[in-house]
Design a protein around this ligand. Structure first.
Ligand code: MSP
Length: 507
């Protein structure tokens, strides 16, 4: 089996501009992609935009422009955000691209050929904002008698002719899938929710709409457009060309696919999507990971409250790596969390400026000042120091398991434990007291500290790629081919010529 790994963000709706929630999903996915590449795994990372459906059509009508013009304008904003966030994605797919449209139609034909699609009438609730059909029992009744969804979105009653997918037929197969693959849906709490949902009884799913036309036309019935989720989900394998050609150059990535999604869209990924693939006789993804939602200073982020956090603005103010660090470190990946400026500032000042920044600044400037800018040799290194320096290499397997379980914030905590050990090491040995009295010991402390800083520079690459590059650059190490091998690069006698502060403190 090739050492391939495919990881995706959801593809983002282009009815509006990106906000911090989109940035979060993307940064977390980028973290995992970068970590996998460092581990020597061939990684293909996909992101993109979801451009069809009623929600987009409505937004275009509201702005008095053609839907495709709205898509073009806003898709670019998501592409620019990907650059701004320093995402290492290999592809950016748009559902209005021909390669996608053909793949989506081919998926439809496979479901039809398997006799899983039939024509009927849909009568029920629909949320345009979620692009989701809801059973009344799953909605929340409000005091004025209207209903809203668990995501807080309004619903409308619709009645229209529609093609249906025989989802109910797949209940047992889905339950078997979850049972045989306990890690198919993570975290566990979310897995249980999905299992209860399937056990409560699946109804067949409406998979076409015919009261608007902004979508992919149903093959052989142009009055209908495909349900936007069936269209959108197929973008993942369409990026690889897999639905049209199982033997395409990139198709082998599909056998090891992980989807990172927000908790609101887990049902589409963990129930509808595997059922479509089962019906089409295509391989299933290996893992669906649902992360939590951010609130802003304690409040739900919503258009109506006007409290969306603009990632461009916040990055301009506090710095990209600072925001990447904060989003990944602040909450357990999988749980909800609150974005507050005071928490952000305290993370920047305490974890970045003090713990990491000062460690580099004060130890490496000593090398510049007292060692002719050259990292001392390691002739005097003792067993205790050796053990300290081999800690990260020894823990690599454990760290990889954390990433396979999507425990990103625990990975970061472990790296910061090492930073704190390094600060303690430096403080305990007080090199400033040794520099005249015991040159051998002085050199040794500086060597050990510099080497551990280099290793930290390697390990923070998935979190803060730019800072990783800066730290490794102190030691003249280039990160074009970053891998864990760099942990062992010998830095004794390397010339350090420029130490710039990494993280200015913020007020
Ligand atoms: N277009 C669909 C996905 C189709 S995938 C085949 C979609 N798009 S979205 O733009 O609405 O949302 C994309 C992602 O952003 C989702 O994973 C969603 O959970 C995430 N977030 C939106 N708001 C969020 C927060 N407030 N916090 C964290 N993530 C949030 O859904």
């Amino acid at each position: 089996m090739p050492n391939n790994y495919f990881i995706t963000t959801p593809i983002y709706y282009v009815n509006d501009i990106p906000h911090i929630g989109h940035a979060y999903t993307s940064i977390a996915t980028d973290f995992i992609a970068r970590f996998k590449r460092m581990s020597g795994v061939n990684t293909f990372f996909l992101t993109g935009t979801d451009e069809h459906g009623q929600k987009i059509q409505k937004a275009a009508t509201k702005s008095s422009i053609e839907p495709i013009a709205l898509c073009d304008n806003n898709s670019i904003k998501f592409r620019e955000l990907a650059n701004l966030l320093n995402l290492s994605n290999n592809d950016f797919i748009r559902t209005t691209e021909q390669r996608h449209i053909e793949g989506a139609k081919s998926l439809w034909s496979k479901l039809l050929n398997n006799n899983d699609i039939y024509l009927d009438n849909y009568k029920g609730w629909y949320s345009v904002s979620d692009e989701t059909f809801y059973n009344e029992k799953d909605l929340i009744k409000q005091s004025d008698g209207t209903f809203k969804t668990f995501t807080g979105s309004p619903v409308e009653w619709i009645e229209e002719e529609s093609y249906f997918f025989r989802l109910s037929k797949y209940s047992d197969q889905l339950l078997k899938l979850y049972n045989d693959n306990p890690n198919f849906i993570l975290p566990k709490s979310r897995r249980n929710e999905v299992i209860s949902f399937v056990k409560s009884g699946l109804k067949d799913l409406s998979v076409s709409r015919n009261t608007f036309d902004w979508g992919i036309k149903v093959p052989d019935d142009e009055k209908h457009v495909m349900y936007v989720w069936l269209d959108a989900l197929s973008s993942y394998p369409n990026s690889l060309g897999y639905i049209l050609d199982k033997d395409s150059d990139l198709s082998s990535y599909w056998s090891n696919a992980t989807h990172i999604v927000g908790k609101d869209i887990l049902r589409h990924h963990a129930v509808y999507w595997p059922a479509f693939l089962m019906s089409a006789n295509l391989e299933l993804p290996k893992k669906i990971f649902a992360h939590g939602w951010w609130t802003n200073e304690g409040n739900k982020i919503s258009k109506s409250l006007g409290n969306a956090i603009d990632p461009i603005e916040i990055i301009a103010k506090y710095g990209l790596d600072q925001i990447r660090y904060f989003l990944l470190r602040e909450i357990t990946f999988g749980s909800d969390g609150d974005f507050s400026l005071s928490a952000l500032k305290s993370r920047i000042n305490a974890d970045l400026s003090n713990d990491l920044g000062n460690l580099c600044q004060r130890s490496l400037t000593m090398i510049v000042k007292y060692c002719d800018s050259t990292v001392p040799g390691h002739e005097n290194i003792n067993d205790v120091d050796k053990k300290f320096l081999s800690k990260i290499s020894n823990d690599l397997d454990e760290l990889s398991i954390l990433i396979d379980n999507q425990e990103i914030n625990i990975y970061i905590r472990k790296i910061w434990d090492i930073i704190s050990d390094a600060n303690k090491y430096f403080n305990d040995y007080k090199p400033w007291e040794l520099k005249d009295s015991n040159r051998l010991a002085f050199n040794n402390v500086l060597y050990v500290t510099a080497d551990i800083i280099k290793q930290i520079g390697v390990m923070i690459y998935p979190i803060m790629p730019n800072t990783s590059e800066k730290i490794l650059d102190f030691f003249d190490i280039e990160i074009d081919h970053i891998s864990f091998e760099l942990l062992n690069t010998n830095i004794a006698k390397v010339k350090i010529d420029h130490i710039k502060p990494l993280f200015p403190r913020v007020e």
